[in-house]
Design a protein around this ligand. Structure first.
Ligand SMILES: C[S@@+](CC[C@H](N)C(=O)[O-])C[C@H]1O[C@@H](n2cnc3c(N)ncnc32)[C@H](O)[C@@H]1O
Length: 316
């Protein structure tokens, strides 16, 4: 379901986390995977900051645990990609929005900005569905397509799915779309009916949907703290594949609770350490690809992915 990395990149060996956590077993009610994660320490981001359980990168002479917080990862993506237009669905207090320095569109029906913003922001107090139903969703960027988007709104599968379809339609071919919360740590955390402090909801089926329906995309889950990010690039703004299959995708991939989270997701198999993506030249290839068509960019993206992330992530 999840495309696997080759396991070899730059001399480092990617080791599935389960290797270091004992045997991986299917989650059942009452097991550790159904336990509510610990409460967030006061004064920090309101997601859980439990100890890093990141995948290990083993080199000949060192072993390091990936414990990159998602803001730190996103900050570096902004710096390397140097987007001209940024979209964020779900801005809440402005924490992740404040990482942007370009013309930025923030959408949230219930935001309360507390972070300092330094840039050119257009903020809409509405839902993403309402925003994208407007006659011209790019009016706020004066027609510039998004070259970086962060999907972090309502964490229910169908909402995240529609946010992706709408974001890709209004993205540039060298753009990157990032989903938050694709790696729930427990079945409870992935529930559609929220009953935990830390909540990913059921965004995780996007991994399987993109693998099945959009093998033309580069889809890379990264093990950021606390609950992972999904990096998607090689975008095709003209593609209607997902929109055309909307009903059949919801029928197959939207499940009632308890969520059937695959073991590969819970055990972080086929998930890259964020350092590996940041050390690769993929973001530089994308930044240099500004103005190119999807067809022109595709071979460059594929070459970078094969060289630095592994053959398993190369798009079809
Ligand atoms: C997890 S918070 C966003 C956190 C923020 N991205 C950050 O990392 O600093 C999710 C936000 O999505 C917003 N939201 C809920 N439903 C939404 C919808 N339909 N469209 C857009 N945003 C939505 C909520 O109001 C909430 O503020």
């Amino acid at each position: 379901m999840v495309r696997r990395p080759s396991g070899e990149a730059d001399g480092d060996r990617i080791v599935p986390c389960s290797t270091h956590r004992g045997t991986a077993s299917r989650p059942r009610p009452g097991t550790a995977r159904h336990q509510t994660p610990p409460r967030t320490p006061p004064g920090t981001h309101d997601r859980d900051h439990s100890p890093a359980r990141g995948c290990l990168i083993q080199s000949d002479d060192e072993t390091r645990v990936s414990a990159v917080y998602y803001y730190d990862f996103l900050r570096q993506v902004h710096a390397r990609l140097t987007p001209q237009a940024y979209l964020e669905v779900g801005i809440r207090n402005g924490g992740s929005l404040s990482l942007s320095r370009c013309r930025s569109v923030g959408i949230d029906p219930a935001f309360s900005i507390r972070s300092e913003l330094d840039g050119d922001f257009a903020i809409f107090r509405t839902t993403s569905d309402e925003y994208f139903a407007r006659p011209d969703p790019l009016a706020a960027t004066r027609g510039t397509p998004f070259d970086l988007a962060f999907i972090d709104g309502l964490h229910l599968f169908e909402f995240a799915f529609r946010d992706f379809v709408n974001a890709e339609r209004h993205s540039s071919p060298h753009g990157v779309i990032v989903f938050d919360d694709v790696l729930p740590r427990t079945v409870d955390e992935a529930a559609r009916q929220r009953h935990t402090v830390s909540w990913t909801g059921d965004v995780y089926p996007m991994l399987a949907v993109l693998a099945r329906y959009r093998p033309d995309l580069v889809v890379v889950p990264v093990q950021t703290q606390p609950t992972g990010l999904l990096i998607v690039t090689g975008l095709d703004p003209q593609s209607t594949t997902l929109a055309d299959a909307y009903d059949e995708i919801l029928a197959e991939f939207r499940h009632p609770d308890p969520q059937p989270v695959p073991d590969a997701v819970l055990d972080r198999l086929a998930v890259l350490p964020p350092e590996l993506l940041l050390e690769s030249d993929l973001l530089d290839v994308l930044a240099a690809g500004r103005g190119q068509t999807s067809a022109e960019l595709r071979p460059r993206i594929s070459a970078s992915v094969a060289r630095t992330l592994g053959q398993g992530f190369v798009p079809a």
